[in-house]
Ligand binder design. Structure first.
Ligand code: E4P
Length: 226
C-alpha cells in the first residue's frame, strides 16, 4: 500500500518527502483554507516540485460543467495533478468528460460501496472512502474499504484504485492496508505517530547511555595506563 500526505502545508510535505515514503499528496478546500494567504495554483505547483506522484486538487463547483472547467484548468498546472470531484451524479459526469481528455480524477467524499462502484464505472483513477467520518457516526469505515475491495476484485475490468481517506490514527493505516486499500492518505501527525513507540525511545536512551559509559571507562583506563 502506498502512502500519500493529506495536507496543503508545504512545511509538512517537505519534511515527509525527506523520509522517502511519500507517493502523492491530497488537498481539499478545508486544508487549503488553513494555509492563510496561500495561492492555490502556486501551492499545487510547489507541491509538485517536492513530491513526484499524484497531487489531488479539489473542484468547488456543484455542477458538472463547472467541475470540468476547473478540472481542465487545474490539470494544466502540472502533469501530476489529479482532479478531485465529489461522489455525486455531476461528479460522475465530470469524471467521464475529463477522462475523455486524458485527465485523471479522484472521486472524493465516498461513503458507500455503490458510490465507489459508480465512480469506477465512470473511469475514476482513484476513489476516496472516508473512514474516520464514518467511524464518527458509529459506522464501520474499514468495512467500507473491505467491501469496495471485494467488489473491485470481482470485476477485473475495474482499474480504479482505493484511496483510504479521513485517516485518524496509525491503526487506521494498518487496517486499511489489510482491508485492501491501495493507498492511504494521512495527516502529517498520523505519519509521525506511525513511527513512534515508547520501547524505541527507551531502547535508544539505554543504548546511548551504555555507549557514553563505555567511553568514560575507556578514557579512565587510558588515563591510568598513561
Ligand atoms: C481526503 O482526500 C480528504 O482530504 C481527507 O482525508 C478528509 O479527512 P477528514 O475527515 O479528516 O477531514
Amino acid at each position: 500500500m502506498k502512502i500519500y500526505l493529506d495536507t496543503a502545508n508545504l512545511g509538512e510535505i517537505r519534511e515527509a518527502a525527506r523520509w522517502g515514503i511519500l507517493s502523492g499528496v491530497t488537498t481539499n478546500p478545508s486544508l487549503m483554507a488553513r494555509e492563510t494567504g496561500a495561492d492555490f495554483k502556486e501551492t499545487i505547483q510547489e507541491i509538485a516540485t517536492l513530491v513526484d506522484g499524484p497531487i489531488s486538487a479539489e473542484t468547488v463547483s456543484e455542477d458538472a460543467d463547472g467541475m470540468v472547467r476547473e478540472g481542465i484548468d487545474y490539470a494544466a498546472w502540472h502533469h501530476n495533478v489529479i482532479i478531485k470531484v465529489p461522489s455525486t451524479t455531476d461528479g460522475l459526469e465530470a469524471v467521464s468528460r475529463l477522462g475523455q481528455q486524458g485527465i485523471r480524477c479522484n472521486v472524493t467524499l465516498c461513503f458507500s460501496t455503490s458510490q465507489a462502484l459508480m465512480a469506477a464505472l465512470a473511469g475514476a483513477f482513484v476513489v476516496s472512502p472516508f473512514i474516520g467520518r464514518l467511524d464518527d457516526l458509529s459506522q464501520d469505515g474499514m468495512e467500507l474499504i473491505r467491501e469496495i475491495a471485494a467488489v473491485y476484485e470481482q470485476n477485473p475490468e475495474i482499474r480504479t484504485r482505493i484511496l483510504a481517506a479521513s485517516i485518524r490514527h496509525p491503526r487506521h493505516v494498518v487496517e486499511a492496508a489489510l482491508a485492501g486499500a491501495h493507498i492511504a492518505t494521512c495527516p502529517f501527525k498520523v505519519l509521525q505517530k506511525c513511527m513512534r513507540h515508547p520501547l524505541t525511545d527507551s531502547g535508544m536512551a539505554s543504548f546511548l547511555a551504555d555507549w557514553r559509559a563505555r567511553e568514560v571507562d575507556m578514557a579512565l583506563a587510558g588515563a591510568s595506563a598513561g
